[in-house]
Design a protein around this ligand. Structure first.
Ligand code: ZN
Length: 340
């Protein structure tokens, strides 16, 4: 079998109830074998399934395909092997119990000699459920998650994001649309960081509103509007992570967040009060004094955090902590181990 030319052409949507298409074509030389794999993905929140069809032609090999479903930070949550023999198949994979969130389907098709890989666009799954309120996670071992709220200082964002990239540290950004609208520079910094695959976005309301003081209709509008902004600006979703501004919440806020698909109601266990701009040494000491296994660390996109983050990360590692994606910390049972 000769060398393979590989080509993927993809088109994707990003809204709920949209269709996603990934097309792969394989041309094997010099045997004239050609093939095409198409992935069509339609998600709705009632009958949740992942329909995939692959078709093509190959004279001298049978194909196999591995389909995985991954979160934005690369955690595999579903994995299926499908034979592609002779060269065409279609299947519908059940996703009925899939958690709210943002996923990509990745298809690796192989004929035993070469393989091609392709992925879908972002699949946004919104499933109403009772939101779990979480400050920290029990039995997580020495794992912690980093979260950054707001976004009032683009220069600080550049420094914080550079630290995340150079240390390969995953994080979640809880953004509010009104702060980002004021700063195209901040938007560009987040777009760059999103491409690194290190971060996920979370919902922090459109206007950083004190939700216990407003009507239910306002709560809904604040959450939905922030998500609309996130989808329009970044082509991404903040599902399933929600954090109420000021940590101000009650049963009504929690119920509405769950109804809108925000099933992870994310508070925190470590708050070094970086938003008060204390001396950097105090922020570092405070963070390290509060940290414990399974902890969620709350920080803000500001100058104090930019200057203390490298030291905090070094000290966490020195004490045996690993910083993991928020998804991984909150949903360890959803992680699929790598197969053969
Ligand atoms: Zn905030």
């Amino acid at each position: 079998m000769g060398a393979m030319r590989r080509e993927w052409r993809g088109a994707s949507g990003r809204a709920l109830l949209a269709a996603f298409v990934v097309v792969a074509s394989i041309a094997a030389l010099p045997s004239a074998s050609t093939g095409m794999a198409a992935v069509k993905i339609t998600i709705d929140t009632v009958a949740l399934e992942l329909p995939i069809s692959v078709s093509g032609a190959s004279q001298d090999a049978s194909w196999r395909a591995i389909v995985t479903l991954q979160t934005a930070t690369g955690t595999t949550v579903r994995r299926w092997a499908a034979p592609v023999t002779p060269v065409s198949w279609s299947a519908r994979f059940p996703l009925g119990d899939l958690h709210s969130g943002e996923y990509r389907a990745i298809v690796v098709a192989s004929d035993g000699v070469s393989s091609v890989t392709g992925h879908s666009g972002w699949i946004i799954v919104r499933r109403p459920a009772v939101a779990q309120v979480v400050q920290s996670v029990k039995h997580a071992g020495r794992h912690v998650a980093l979260t950054f709220d707001d976004g009032l200082d683009p220069a600080a964002a550049d420094r914080i994001f550079a630290t995340l990239r150079t240390t390969h540290t995953p994080a979640t950004l809880f953004l509010n649309a009104s702060a980002y609208r004021r700063s195209p520079r901040l938007v560009r910094a987040v777009q760059r960081l999103l491409r690194s695959g290190l971060v996920t976005l979370g919902n922090h309301t459109a206007d950083h509103t004190w939700l216990t003081r407003v009507s239910s209709a306002s709560i809904r509008w604040q959450i939905r509007s922030d998500e609309r902004y996130t989808q329009r600006t970044f082509g991404r979703s903040s599902l399933p992570f929600f954090r109420p501004p000021y940590g101000a919440w009650n049963a009504r806020v929690r119920r509405i967040a769950g109804e809108l698909g925000y099933t992870d109601f994310v508070l925190w266990s470590v708050d070094p009060s970086d938003y008060r701009a204390p001396p950097p040494t105090r922020v570092i000491a405070s963070a390290m004094a509060q940290v414990s296994p399974g902890g969620i660390i709350l920080m803000h996109v500001n100058a104090t955090t930019a200057s203390t983050l490298p030291t905090i990360l070094r000290r966490l590692h020195a004490r045996g902590y690993a910083v993991v994606p928020l998804w991984t910390l909150l949903h360890p049972q959803e992680t699929v181990k790598k197969g053969p």
